[in-house]
Design a protein around this ligand. Sequence first.
Ligand code: MSP
Length: 645
Amino acid sequence: MEKFYITTPIYYVNDVPHIGHAYATIAADAAARFHRLAGRDVYFATGTDEHGLNIERVARAHGVAPQAWADRISTAFRDLWAGLHIAYDGYIRTTEPRHERVVQAIFTRLHEQGDIYKGTYEGWYCASCESFYSEAELGEDRTCAVHTGRPVEWNAEPCYLFRLSRYQDWIQSHIERHPGFIEPEAQRNEVLSFVRSGLRDISVSRSTFKWGVPLPFDPDQVAYVWIDALINYITVIGYGDDLEQFRRFWPADVHLVGRDILRFHAVIWPIVLHAAGLEPPRQVFATGFLTFGGQKFSKSLGIILDPVAVSRELAEASGAEPAVAVDALRYFLLREVPFGADGDFNQPALIGRFNADLANDYGNLLNRTLPLVARQFGGVLPTPGPAEGTDAALADLARAVVAAVGEHVGRLNFSQALAEVWRLLGAANKYIDEEAPWSAIKQGRTDRAGTILYNTLEALRIATIVLSPVMPVATQRVWEQLGIEQPLEDQRLEDARRWGSLSPGLRVRTGNPIFPRIDTRPRPVAAATAGEGGDPVSEITIEEFKRLDVRIGEVTAAERVPGTDKLVKLSVDIGDEARTLVAGIATHYQTADLIGRRIVVLANLQPRKVRGVESRGMLLAATWGDDEVAILTVDGAPPVGSRIS
Ligand code: MSP
């Protein structure tokens, strides 16, 4: 049996996870599930990176020991993965004894063969990246270019160095001879030019703090956290304690990594493996970065998007089962952004996809077909008659789509793979519209109506199997309504390839919509003004308008006003000063989601006390209906304080 071994980066436990971390993990999970569906022997590994200076400092700042801190955050990661339907085969924590033993074994070997030697290393260090940078790589005023504004520290200490330079020619020719080794192409070129510019030996141990794996040949030193972390990929499949399993899965087929950590994976890691006599991974694939409203997720800027909160909101807005909403988020992340490119996460796009793709194209196809089977055939799937009209074309398309999905997922091209499934769903919707079983029934051609319904449900069965890796729970719900006896998890890609596998005679189970549509229609403006009993708005002069000081502000903090349902207290930077505003938006916005947003503020409104809080200015928002509110936002990124005229 062909094997497939895929990994995510192991996540630092300095802080709780956000949607950026969830992104690569969801992608790896979908790929792993798809390869299982295709009948491969799959190992999917993830875990947490728990050593290093930064984590030691963060733990200390919280007044707990590093191990206790790591235990807490590692649990938060595992809880999140359970909530997001992540089915990993192995979870590794770098503080586990099995891992520490492997790290020590690799260091010993490299030391004994002279690849690691004692020396000193001097350079600028960013503790958040856990990485050294040359002067040229730094941002302004000696800050980290990755962690904007964060000062780097000068580091000079006795340590062990690894002879990266010795392997320069080897890695260069390896990358050159294996075009698919680094993906996407642009990232490969970037790494290749970095390698061609020359590799320096790197520091691989630290002596100024203790939170790491002690070197067996010099206990005053701990292993550099990055080497420690990279080694996880061999520990987790059994390098130290289950050699048989290790041999079955190594080399990894794909290491999924963020672009920011690509060099560690595509240069340093293959060299360490090669030096230790092990094969390099087959592919390192760099994922893009997700932003929110164009900004990086960042704790310091207050932009942290909790994927569970996002899906909970989606469930509340739609009335979908919470686990189905989680799957909708999984679908959205993989569909919306071509894998490998950067993408922006935003609520309207999520709702748009939910309504158009899931509620309409997928869910509604089921909801319009099953009741007809119930009504005309007593809920029992009829035996299809001879092919007519566009029947054969639909079957051909289904076969082509399943083949294309396999190819796209093989290249981690999730958005294209999903677009293919929607090509099938689109065709099936068109098929039922054009073949019109309801007309066949009216004409007394009940058999023909049965054939059309059979074919439509067959297209749905096939789409549901190939979608199951992306939406494992939601597809299960569809499967239940289709009434197919064999469990969805026992299906293989083979079953999706075979048109006509749906058994006549099975009893469908018409149920509630699995993806209930989210109502986004604004009420007509006229009705809203009339409802408020207001006079029609009278004209004003431009001079009157100019008296308004309307500006761009940025929310720096947000909290609910205690004892109220609707009120939020906002701290807003309006350019030359910080303002406190009170706004009635709590039923529509989570406070955490407001932080970092650019809003529009009427700055020269007379101050007013609201529930004991002085509000100095007003946040502008559209209001309609009984209780609908939407904050005004602006196009592009005008600086805070910009006047609106
Ligand atoms: N611990 C190291 C990885 C060691 S792997 C041997 C690390 N951890 S991290 O928690 O900081 O980041 C883990 C991954 O999350 C990285 O691949 C990083 O690119 C990714 N992401 C962090 N924020 C992200 C987004 N906003 N969007 C997409 N991916 C993001 O680095």
